[in-house]
Ligand binder design. Structure first.
Ligand SMILES: [Zn+2]
Length: 67
């Protein structure tokens, strides 16, 4: 989480007292997410593809066992 002041374009990890901008004292400060701090997991299709390939493998093994 980082703070971004819309008035003086201050950007930092902390906000001032009461959510004020520590640089200019403005309340026009917004909390923003840094993309690198919370990396997203693998894409959803990756998980689906993994589950599908494992299912196919299991079905193939079971199929060969019964036949
Ligand atoms: Zn500011």
């Amino acid at each position: 989480m980082a703070y971004f002041c819309k008035d003086c374009s201050y950007r930092g990890k902390t906000s001032g007292q009461g959510g004020q901008c520590p640089a200019c004292g403005s309340f026009n400060i917004a909390a923003e997410r840094i993309a690198t701090e919370q990396p997203e997991g693998p894409p959803r299709w990756h998980k689906i593809a993994l589950v599908t390939s494992w299912s196919v493998l299991l079905v193939t093994i079971v199929w060969k066992l019964i036949n």
